[in-house]
Each structure stands twice: as structure tokens, then as C-alpha cells.
Design a protein around this ligand. Structure first.
Ligand code: SF4
Length: 234
């Protein structure tokens, strides 16, 4: 197993080669490659909508780091899912927090920044903490899927995250919602209880609503605000 840090040009080359080599590979094979290539300098990020990628990764790398961003605005069900994952799965959950509490942010920017300037709120509470939290890693995996929304249709299974100078891996990019549900059922994977309560994508409580019939899976996120991504995946 290779665990030595790589330089950014080396990492980029690794990402470009893997994107071509692994496009048709299974999710376990993609994660096995990540574990062999990056060792402990690889982590999984999870919104705790479900623990599918964390579960897949734990099977090839027991004790893998699973990074969770606690924005201070999560549903209680999401925090409960995080705690359950930490308690029962063979992973190491790391919770990242923004520099300011919600109260401190309210004092500086005014209350409900998420309603007035969601891009700034996400930058402060998601993008910046993740930036800091990923510093010790060369590669990170996400649960992004191509079928979630038009903006995610081109998600590569392995890509170069130029903004953070890291390899970004989407092992279930080619999966459908049915694939996710089948994996959850087969392995008894933990999922957020809100997924059985009308939500198909779970983010911060003030910016997430249930989806309506015919809407895409992420239609309940920032509904009516013309925003589709928090900035982590842009
Ligand atoms: S999703 Fe909403 S509450 Fe959460 S960080 Fe972004 S704007 Fe703020």
C-alpha cells in the first residue's frame, strides 16, 4: 500500500489516468484502487443522507475516515444518523464545524443568512470548513451520482479537484437510485430516516423541503432560490 504524499502534478496525473481506467469499474474496485493508492491520505465525505459510500469504503479499508460537516443547521435525524454510523460501522467519523457558531454568524451577518445570501452561508458553513478539513488528504470520495440532477450528469468516477488540488472520487457515480436502494437492502446500510418521510436529498433544515411528484431528487434543496449546489462540488 502506498501512503506517501504525492505532489499536485503527480496527483493530477494519477486522477487523469484513473478516470480512463476506472470508468467501467465497480464501486468496490474503485474504492480498492483508492485505498491502495492513497492509504490513510484518503477519506470519504458524507452528508449522512445514507452511509452507502462509507459502507463500501469500510469493506476495503476498515477504519476509513468519514468526514461530516456539521453546519449547525442539520435536522436531528441527520445528527442521529451520524452518531449511529460512528457507533456501528467500522469507520472513523470526523465532524468538521464552521469557525462561527450559528449565533456568532447571526451576530455578524444578521439572522437567517441562508434566506438572504445562501451562497455566503454555504461558503462559511460548508465550503471553508471542508477546505480546512481536507488538508491532510490527497483524495476524497463522495456519494455524487449522475442521475441525481442535470448538474451532476457529467460526474467522473475519478476526477481532478483543481480548487483543492486533490483527487476526487465518485465511486457510485454510475449508480441509479434503484442501485442504491438494492445495496442498502442487501447490506442493511444505515440511512437517514427522512428518506422515508418524503425527502430524497437531505441538507440543512432551513434549505431542504420534501420533493413533489415528478421533481428530480435534488429539487427540495434551496427550492425557489435558483441555487442547486452548496459550492463543495463546484
Ligand atoms: S444549506 Fe442553507 S443553512 Fe446550510 S450552509 Fe447552505 S445556506 Fe446555510
Amino acid at each position: 500500500m502506498t501512503t506517501a504524499p504525492h505532489t499536485a502534478p503527480e496527483l493530477r496525473q494519477v486522477a487523469e489516468q484513473a478516470a480512463a481506467d476506472l470508468e467501467e469499474a465497480s464501486a468496490p474496485d474503485i474504492l480498492r484502487w483508492a485505498a491502495d493508492t492513497f492509504g490513510r491520505r484518503f477519506c470519504v465525505t458524507s452528508s449522512m443522507e445514507d452511509a452507502v459510500v462509507a459502507h463500501l469504503a469500510s469493506r476495503v479499508m476498515p477504519g476509513v475516515d468519514v468526514v461530516f460537516l456539521d453546519t449547525g443547521y442539520h435536522f436531528p435525524e441527520t445528527i442521529g444518523t451520524r452518531d449511529a454510523v460512528a457507533a456501528v460501522m467500522d469507520v472513523h467519523v470526523i465532524t468538521l464545524s464552521p469557525r462561527q457558531t450559528v449565533a456568532e454568524q447571526d451576530a455578524e451577518y444578521g439572522p437567517k443568512l441562508h434566506d438572504r445570501d445562501p451562497d455566503r452561508c454555504c461558503a462559511l458553513r460548508k465550503v471553508a470548513p471542508l477546505e480546512e478539513g481536507l488538508r491532510g488528504y490527497d483524495a476524497w470520495a463522495t456519494g455524487l451520482r449522475r442521475d441525481e440532477s442535470p448538474t451532476r450528469a457529467g460526474t467522473p468516477v475519478v476526477g481532478w479537484d483543481a480548487k483543492r488540488q486533490k483527487v476526487k472520487i465518485a465511486p457510485i457515480a454510475r449508480w441509479s437510485q434503484a442501485d442504491v436502494e438494492a445495496y442498502v437492502a442487501e447490506h442493511g446500510v444505515l440511512t437517514n430516516p427522512l428518506l422515508t418521510d418524503g425527502f430524497t436529498s437531505v441538507g440543512c433544515a432551513p434549505c431542504t423541503r420534501r420533493v413533489l411528484a415528478g421533481e428530480d431528487a435534488r429539487a427540495g434543496r434551496w427550492a425557489g432560490l435558483g441555487k442547486t449546489e452548496c459550492g463543495i462540488h463546484l
